[in-house]
Ligand binder design. Structure first.
Ligand code: FPP
Length: 246
């Protein structure tokens, strides 16, 4: 159970605003600079054959930011998607979005839908981008969908167990993140993937997102590789599993 590489990495990309302010720029400049490390982590995940990467690009709470910042972020998402999708497809990346789409503007929704469609059959890396996403609302949505199934008598309440519930969440049945990374110095989950992070290894770094480079990502992977994951078992049990005794 000691792990070499994570199968799924989830990242909170924090620190863009501070990075820009420190250079006398606008917060939007920081978000723009944040596209470079996004490209880098995608490339590194492909290179390491990490199967899934989930990025927190915009939270349900981020709608409360100044209108200018929200608008510039939305334009950046459309622009980046349109500029990068061909290359992502060429690299075998499957793109998927999670979050409340209804709140996003029509052009962005159209780019998201076409990116998902074009890359649907790719299998090298599953790239999930959380846009207008909140972990609590994800859980409430899953509960509501299951309750509707029960109401429609397509499911018995007694059939609701952890796998059924997990399948109704935004990430569906895919493997939970093994490694969570948050840049920018805060040590919080901030309403990201609340259910799916139950046993995830948490890694926090002071590095601001635009400064997150290959070496910083490698340091996170090394931290993960050095961890012993216990999944609620005792250290002795885990050693026995690792040593092939169980
Ligand atoms: C948090 O930093 C970052 C965001 C709310 C936006 C993240 C967006 C990107 C990295 C742009 C590129 C993304 C894609 C998917 C193309 P912050 O603004 O809260 O920073 P602060 O804590 O320093 O204020």
């Amino acid at each position: 159970m000691s792990a070499a590489l994570p199968r799924h990495v989830a990242i909170v990309m924090d620190g863009n605003g501070r990075w820009a302010r420190a250079r006398g720029g606008l917060r939007a400049d920081g978000h723009r600079a944040g596209v470079t490390p996004v490209r880098m982590v995608i490339e590194e995940c492909v290179r390491h054959e990490i199967g899934a990467l989930t990025l927190f690009a915009f939270s349900s709470e981020n709608w409360g930011r100044p209108r200018d910042e929200v608008m510039s972020l939305m334009s950046l998402f459309v622009e980046s998607l349109e500029a990068e999708i061909e290359e992502l497809h060429r690299r075998g990346v499957r793109v998927r979005f999670i979050g409340e789409r209804a709140e996003l503007d029509a052009r962005l929704r159209a780019s998201m839908a076409s990116s998902e469609q074009v890359t649907a059959a790719n299998t090298r890396l599953l790239l999930q981008i959380a846009l207008s996403y909140g972990g609590r609302s994800d859980i409430v949505g899953a509960a509501r969908r299951l309750a509707e199934h029960v109401e429609q008598r397509r499911l018995a309440a007694s059939q609701i167990d952890e796998p059924t519930f997990a399948a109704a969440l935004a990430l569906g049945g895919i493997v939970d993140p093994d490694l969570f990374i948050r840049t920018g110095g805060e040590q919080r989950i901030s309403n990201f993937l609340l259910w799916n992070l139950a046993y995830t290894e948490l890694y926090f770094t002071d590095r601001l997102w635009p400064d997150f480079d290959v070496a910083a990502f490698e340091a996170a992977l090394q931290h993960y590789a050095a961890r012993q994951r216990r999944f609620g078992l005792s250290a002795e049990q885990v050693q026995a599993v690792d040593g092939g005794l169980v």
